[in-house]
Design a protein around this ligand. Structure first.
Ligand SMILES: [Zn+2]
Ligand SMILES: [Zn+2]
Length: 303
């Protein structure tokens, strides 16, 4: 095929072959890409399951500019977490609430529903989506042109229903904390209130990266509300992040120790939780994290 590269040629063959239109194409040209795909699949299936230490890698030393370089946070063991009387569901507080505080429709309108589904899988609890309500106008800081989280606090506390374990608000406006120019999100263990903003993460890159950023940020803040601090030991969803680039580097699943904190707190079976997470991440349009959840289950089951 003069003027057409081999890769492009194979691509065309594959396209025609999968559409059942391979008349005129030689049998070898059709079967070769099929064989390659099958071979890669077999290699993936035959790959040994990594050990927990290989899968949940230790964090390297912090580099200048990274969260751990700026903030000194002590590691917390599972035993210390249990002894610290973390926020937990009670007889009366059994539901997790999600408040869409959006001022305009997202271009993927089902994102809130996908996030609610992810939260159901992640926490194994009932998650209810409240009526969409924008943040109160008085909380807008005109000088800095963003909402003050502190000024939103009374509104968010009022919005948390009596049967709520905690509430997470998702806003599309820029937000800030006292003594900071802006923040991506914040979760209060004391008030059981959290907020995250899509303002600085909902742009650029691919839709899958945007979804990963938004859902990862929301789950990170929710986990804080169950008193789980930043993870300073292993690569984990609970790693602190100074900016989106650092947040993009963290996996969207918890390391084994943070997962065990959550599973103890909410009385969850980790293996069933991974099944639910795999399905929810796949439905949310993030197959890479779904595949990691499946592998995490194999690593956990192989211990
Ligand atoms: Zn955090
Ligand atoms: Zn962790």
């Amino acid at each position: 095929m003069p003027g057409v590269s081999n890769a492009r040629h194979l691509g065309q063959v594959w396209k025609r072959a999968t559409a059942g239109e391979y008349r005129g194409v030689t049998r070898t040209a059709y079967t070769q890409p099929v064989k390659t795909v099958v071979l890669i699949g077999l290699l993936v299936l035959a790959a040994p399951v990594p050990t927990p230490a290989q899968f949940w890698k230790k964090l390297p030393s912090a580099k200048p500019g990274e969260w751990r370089h700026r903030h000194f946070e002590k590691p917390q063991t599972l035993k210390a977490y249990r002894a610290a009387q973390p926020v937990r569901p009670t007889e009366k507080r059994t539901v997790i609430y999600l408040l869409p505080a959006l001022t305009r429709p997202t271009y993927e309108p089902d994102r809130i529903e996908h996030l609610a589904e992810l939260m159901r899988a992640y926490f194994g609890r009932t998650v209810r989506v409240l009526k969409p309500t924008p943040l109160p106008r008085h909380a807008y800081d005109r000088k800095r042109r963003r909402f003050s989280v502190r000024a939103c606090l009374p509104f968010l506390k009022r919005t948390l229903p009596a049967d709520g374990i905690f509430l997470l608000a998702v806003t599309d406006r820029d937000i800030r904390l006292p003594h900071s120019r802006f923040t991506y999100g914040w979760g209060s263990m004391k008030h059981r209130i959290g907020i995250c903003s899509t303002w600085r993460v909902d742009w650029g890159k691919t839709p899958e990266i945007q979804r990963k950023r938004i859902y990862g940020l929301a789950l990170h803040e929710c986990t804080h509300m169950l008193s789980v601090p930043h993870c300073t030991e292993r690569q984990c969803l609970m790693n602190g992040a100074m900016d989106v680039r650092e947040a993009d580097r963290r996996p969207l699943l918890l390391c084994w120790e943070c997962r065990d904190k959550l599973c103890w707190n909410l009385a969850l079976d980790p293996l069933k939780r991974y099944d639910a997470l795999e399905a929810a991440w796949r439905a949310a349009g993030v197959p890479t994290v779904a595949a990691r959840a499946r592998l995490a289950k194999a690593v956990t089951g192989n211990k």
